[in-house]
Design a protein around this ligand. Structure first.
Ligand code: NAD
Length: 431
């Protein structure tokens, strides 16, 4: 099943449970706008290379479209459509006034020089400039894109629209000296930990002393490890794309992260992280999913837990910081065996929430402190958990389905408001 079919399956499962109207079901099953672009760059060796890119605006009933841009050699339209759909749902779960979108460029940025990367970014921005804008569609970083790339997008957009005073708000995830927000870097992980703590509180437990394994040790994964360790959890295992480490008595994730940056892979850091008495060994990405631990955090890629390996999962709680790391079928198996899954659209929504704060700061020409951002994020994620939890109890369902139901209810009321008998003049359809 493709990633897009997964998204539709999850939307339709919730739509069935809540008996969503047929009109809204149709609206959320198809993206509003799909743009496919082709452009060319000059490689440093003198050759011209064609590059393909995509921008999908899934839905804008609740506000401007919002979603990252992914640079990846295997990105395709289906994946971008799926990710755009998840953004619509995610923004509605945390009740921020955005719709959902996503972009992708079919390129491996690791093969490009800095100048080539800048050309790709600027050409792509030119190609999608007619449909993005501070109040239309606001990109952000995703896999293999970063603050520097976001700065180039803002700058190129300004070249195309020189009269747009609020041009910095066309993109979030910018660097701090170019309109970025304090607290954006760690927001995804921080938001996930807030939801996890809210869940544990509800079940009468706490983070202190819990053993945690984390798949993926990039932005989301390493900040999650740091925050969880600061709150007293015991980090026993982490992996990255090349493998990882298990240290029975726990280790300092920041020491391990410095070693990863130095040596290029966390798998090479057993000596630096371990040597504290218990069992210590190198592990693979399959091993980490099957570890005996209290909490498993998925912070790498899509489709990591599938029907093929789900029965090996032993953690009682699985937190999805990555988008779509568990297939719908594997999710059903986990729920049936009593594992609680904190779903992506709730767990990793801290990232887009602080992106929204960045956008607000840009539009109001303000700069908020890190404490103010953290406080707002904490309140927002706690509220989102409580809202989802109420729906979960109402429908006696799991957290994933409850999150979708909550989001679809909010999208349905925006749909109803839009079509609430207001007579549209046919000479001008804009609001
Ligand atoms: P990143 O590129 O910083 O880190 C990804 C990590 O995953 C790296 O450590 C990489 O080595 C590892 N990895 C790659 N393939 C792997 C594999 N097969 N097995 C184990 N590890 C593997 O990316 P990130 O920003 O941390 O994003 C991670 C996930 O979180 C993605 O699914 C992303 O869409 C999602 N996410 C991130 C944010 C954010 O703000 N960073 C927000 C929402 C969702």
């Amino acid at each position: 099943m493709s990633l897009y079919e997964n998204t539709q399956k999850l939307i339709n499962r919730a739509a069935d449970t809540m008996e969503l109207s047929e009109e809204v079901r149709k609206v959320v099953n198809e993206p509003e706008r799909v743009l496919s672009v082709n452009f060319h760059i000059h490689r440093d060796d003198g050759k011209i290379q064609m590059v393909k890119g995509f921008r999908v605006q899934h839905n804008t009933l609740r506000g401007p479209a919002k979603g990252g841009v992914r640079f990846h050699p295997r990105v395709d339209m289906g994946e971008v459509k799926a990710l755009a759909g998840w953004m619509t749902i995610k923004c509605a779960v945390v009740d921020i006034p955005y719709g959902g979108s996503k972009g992708g460029v079919e390129i491996d940025p690791r093969d490009l020089s800095e100048g080539e990367l800048e050309q790709v970014t600027r050409q792509f921005t030119q190609a999608i400039a007619p449909i993005i804008g501070p109040r239309r569609d606001v990109p952000a970083p995703d896999v293999y894109t970063n603050a520097k790339i976001m700065n180039w997008i803002a700058d190129e957009y300004h070249c195309v629209h020189p009269n747009e005073d609020d041009y910095l708000a066309v993109v979030t995830g910018k660097s701090l000296d170019n309109g970025g927000s304090l607290g954006r870097d760690s927001a995804t992980a921080a938001g996930g930990v807030i939801v996890l703590e809210s869940y544990l509180k509800k079940t009468g437990e706490e983070l202190k002393g819990k053993t945690v394994a984390i798949q993926g040790f990039g932005n989301a994964g390493h900040h999650a490890a740091r925050i969880l360790a600061e709150k007293g959890a015991k980090i026993v295992a982490v992996t990255d794309s090349k493998g990882g480490i298990y240290v029975e008595n726990g280790f300092d994730p920041m020491k391990a992260h410095s070693c990863k940056l130095e040596k290029g892979g966390i798998g090479e850091c057993l000596t630096e992280a371990g040597s504290n008495g218990g069992e210590e060994k190198k592990i693979s990405n399959e091993d980490i999913l099957a570890l005996e631990c209290d909490i498993l955090v998925l912070a790498a890629l899509e489709n990591q837990i599938t029907e093929a390996n789900v029965n090996a999962v032993k953690a009682k709680v699985v937190v999805e910081l990555a988008n779509g790391p568990i297939t719908p079928e594997a999710h059903e198996t986990l729920e049936n065996k009593g594992t609680t899954v904190i779903p992506d659209i709730l767990a990793n929504a801290g990232g887009v929430t602080v992106s929204y704060y960045e956008w607000e700061q840009n539009l109001r020409h303000e700069k908020w402190t890190e404490e103010a951002v953290a406080e707002k994020l904490e309140k927002s994620q706690r509220q989102a958990f409580e809202d989802v939890d109420k729906v979960k109890d109402e429908f006696k369902t799991d957290y994933r389905n409850a999150s979708y139901i909550l989001a679809l209810r909010r999208i349905e009321s925006a749909f109803e408001e839009k079509h609430s008998g207001k007579a549209h003049g046919f000479s001008c359809m804009t609001e």
